[in-house]
Ligand binder design. Structure first.
Ligand SMILES: [Zn+2]
Ligand SMILES: [Zn+2]
Length: 277
């Protein structure tokens, strides 16, 4: 898709002249929900270099790394993306105490590490049961396996949804409730609705559901912009269904695209997916 230029003028009150700021928006095809080998349920092929290779094949411009309750492989993912032209947002798929899965996305490793520290302090001190859940492989910055996380990550934190959204936003991040149409681990299934006081702008629908069908089944989704992540636990699940139009691949711009501000927007399966009510 071609780029687009929007000119927006504002009056310089002090000098009575018109200052024109040129906003150059581009299209970024994105998958904001990808797991690595750190997630016990992910395949061993979910290694940073291979994820980037797959993202290139799909012509993605933006991906987010969202392991369960952890961001220990985020640095490896960012290193693997260097020079690829693909932006990687370090993130996490948090499980709140309501058993709701929430994508928490950030711009920087520093932010996500800060969040991870808080999440670890809100997880039960239990060990992973590899024979039940699988191995949680930790990678170094170069993407080499250096060990495994012994902590039980596939469980609920003690963060409430409300506390998590507030804290992620305080850290400069963005929250998207994950796979909201699913019968388990989703905000609609577990709470019965999306609490408006959370102030969320967008939500994720699951891989097999289209945006129109989603809004037919859940009319309240008209009030939210939709994204469709792959929830990829294997390479073939990385998806190219969501496209953002924005200036650059940052959290601030994502939020503006979800709010359809200033010529920005979001599409799923080629259909405009911005909120309509
Ligand atoms: Zn999930
Ligand atoms: Zn997931």
């Amino acid at each position: 898709m071609a780029g687009d230029v929007h000119r927006r003028g504002r009056r310089d009150v002090a000098h009575g002249t018109l200052i024109v700021r040129v906003v150059e928006v581009r299209f970024f095809t994105a998958d904001l929900h990808i797991h690595t080998v750190l997630s016990a349920c992910a395949e061993v092929e979910m290694l940073p270099a291979r994820i980037i290779e797959r993202a290139k094949e799909l012509r993605l411009g933006l991906i987010a790394i969202t392991d369960h309750n952890s961001a220990e492989n985020a640095e490896a993912m960012l290193s693997a993306a260097e020079g690829s032209g693909i932006t990687v947002l370090p993130g996490m798929e948090l499980q709140t105490r309501e058993e709701v899965h929430l994508l928490c996305l950030f711009d920087t490793l520093e932010q996500v590490r800060c969040w991870q520290k808080e999440v670890y302090a809100h997880l039960p001190a239990l060990k992973n049961r590899e024979e039940v859940f699988g191995v949680q492989i930790v990678l170094d910055a170069m993407g080499n396996a250096v060990g495994k996380s012994e902590r039980l990550l596939l469980t609920s934190s003690t963060f409430s949804l409300e506390e998590a959204v507030r804290r992620v936003e305080e850290l400069g991040g963005l929250c998207l409730p994950a796979h909201v149409d699913r019968p388990s681990y989703s905000i609609i299934a577990n709470l019965g609705f999306i609490p408006p006081e959370l102030g969320l702008v967008g939500v994720e629908i699951s891989p097999l559901l289209g945006p129109r069908e989603a809004r037919e089944r859940f009319p309240e989704l008209r009030s939210y912009s939709l994204v469709a992540g792959g929830d990829a636990h294997r390479l073939k699940e990385v998806s190219a269904r969501t496209t953002f139009r924005m200036e650059e691949a940052t959290i601030v711009e994502l939020a503006r695209a979800l709010a359809s501000e200033g010529g920005r927007g979001v599409w799923v399966d080629g259909i405009h997916a911005g909120r309509v009510a």
